[in-house]
Every structure is written in C-alpha cells, then in structure tokens.
Design a binder for this molecule. Sequence first.
Ligand code: F6P
Length: 374
Amino acid sequence: MIKRIGILTSGGDCSGLNAVIESVVKTANENGIEVYGFKMGYDGLYSNDYMVLDSKNTDLIGEKGGSILGNSNKTNLFNYITVQSDGSIKKIDVHEKALENLKKDEIDAMVIVGGDGSMTSARDFMRAGVNVVCVPKTIDNDVPSTDQSFGYATAVDRIRDALRAIRTTGESHNRIMILEVMGRGAGWLALEGGLSACADAILIPEIEYDIVKLREFLIERYKKGEKSTILCVSEGAKPRGGEITAQINHKYPDSVKLGGVGALLAKELEDLVAPVTGQEVRSTNLAYIQRGGDTNSFDIVLGYKYGSSAVRAILDNEFGKMVSLRGNKIKLVDLVDVVGDGPTGETSKGGRHNVTQDSDLLIAAKAMGIYFGD
Ligand code: F6P
C-alpha cells in the first residue's frame, strides 16, 4: 500500500520539469498519496531537505521554466565528490544516508526525473531496495528507449527563433553566421532546430566535418550570389579525425564540459574564406537560453503525460522502470535497458540515442538541401 512518494529533479534543468511535478502531485493526491519534493536533486535526498507538495503549491506551475525543487548535476551519492584540503578530489559512497532518510520519512517510492546520469543513480538505488520510477529529462534528447525526452521541443523552438534572428543580421552584413547549440554527443538539437529554420549548413557530432569541403561550400555559395550563410553547430561537432572542443572539470560526475566549437570555427573559417569572399564570420553561443524560460505546449503536455504515468506505474507496482514515449503512446521500459547493467556508481554505459543515417530528420534535412560538412 503506497501512502507517500518522493520526487526529485536531477541533472541540468530544462523546460517541462514543473509540468512533471504538477502532474505527479495531482495524480498522487487524487489517489490518496502524499508527495515529498526533495530539493536540489540527489543533494536533498542526502541532507533530507524536502517540501511537502500539494495542489496549492503546485497549481499551474507547469508552464514555468526551471524546477520549483531546484536541480543539481554535481551529485552522485554512490560516487560522492569531496574536495580535500590539498585540492585533490576524493569520491566516497554516501548513499546509505539517503536510504536512512527515505526510511525515516516513510517514503514508499521515488519518482526520479533526470537524464542518463541521474537514472544510473536511480538504478543503483533500485539495487539498494528503493522503489523507483524514472522520467526522461534532457534538452539533448539523447536518452535511449524513448522517442523524446521532455525539454527538447522547447529548446528546438528557442534555436529556431535564434536562427531566424541571426539570418536577418547576417544578410544585412553579408556575413557567415554560426549558432552553437547544446546536445552533448547527440546532434538532435542542431538538426531539428536547424531544419526548422532552414539553416544552410548543420554540423553534428554524428557526422564529422571536413574543413576543406566546408570552405569550398561557403565559397561556392558566395559565388552563386548567396552572400550570407547560416550554420547551426552542435557543441559536440568535431572535424574529421579531430577532437571535440571541451574543458575537463573533475568536480562534476560528468567531467567533460563541452562548448566553444562555434567561436573556434568562426576564427578558422574567417581565415580560410575571407581572403576569397571578404566575408566576416560571427559566432553566437545560444547556451542556457535553450534551457530557460517558458515551456512550450508540447513539453507541458508531455510533462503531464509522463508525470501521471509515473504515478500510475507506482500504483501498479511497476518499479525499476522509465516512462517512455513510443509513437504517440506512453510505455514503461526497464531502467537497465536505458542505462545498462554496469557497476554501481559508474556512469551509464547504456548507450545514447543518436542521429543515424536513416533518421527521418536527417533524410528530410538533406532533401531540403542542407549541407552537413562531410
Ligand atoms: O545535458 C544537458 C546540457 O544542457 C548539455 O546540452 C550541456 O552540454 C550541459 O547540459 C551543460 O551543463 P552545465 O549546466 O553543467 O553547464
């Protein structure tokens, strides 16, 4: 008999988190279940920092960006990062503290809202005996076993708006304009955002670009009278045989922090193209604008569907699952099929949902004449 459940929002924030929370609370309360919201992701579970959620404090929060519970992408309680006095990093397992809190608070099940890293921890808590159900969150849309994570559709809208704005200023100055977007190792955001605004070229991690061919493409366009070119570039895009642009920060469970390829590429392309066409190259990094602000209708509704389905899974004793969108239906999939069955505490080895040559989006973009740098 389920009397009380907990919910936490973990990893980077995105649009739709509050919609999931609102729907979990409404569905649970209607079934006589109380909901505790743990703050700042897994940190709240560790420090037992929670708020009791009800229809009053969650009513109509669905459209607001961010999460009323807060987010953290720094915490893996099975591999907890501590900074020693000499500045070195030590990882320790502190998950028992969270188990004690869950017992003390009499939490019967947890809804974990997060991406692959957060869901790997959820799997580890499941192994430790906690009843978990997960909801796939990320603007990157890289979680396997679901067609779409919530947050992605709103981020695509932001990219489209930015590209349309960049096009008019680029055309006024006859410039080559680069928009760098997020996505980690998956190119969905650049691909769908770029296609929706008819970018002239899209660079994604799945297709390494050839700088010589890219130069030729830009010069050819100029010669044909296209004085401005718009490129939508994934943060994870890399040159053929080259490296991604990233910084390493060991204070995060995911120590690789991507970003900066747009600015590097702008410099490189200006050196290569300007001597022929005289064009300047400018780069804009859309960064956190993709994650913040109001949520679009698709993500609000997907968040409501995911939240209510997660509670229904709990009522049906379907634990160790992730709610997933398949076609137009919400299904339950095994968490281990999403994040793999690797060692406790280690980052997911479950694979990533990536763009492939037979992805409909890629086929459509190529049919529209968009160039992929290869
Ligand atoms: O995974 C979501 C995401 O927004 C990525 O697209 C991006 O690389 C990363 O998070 C940025 O994370 P942070 O909030 O730590 O800068």
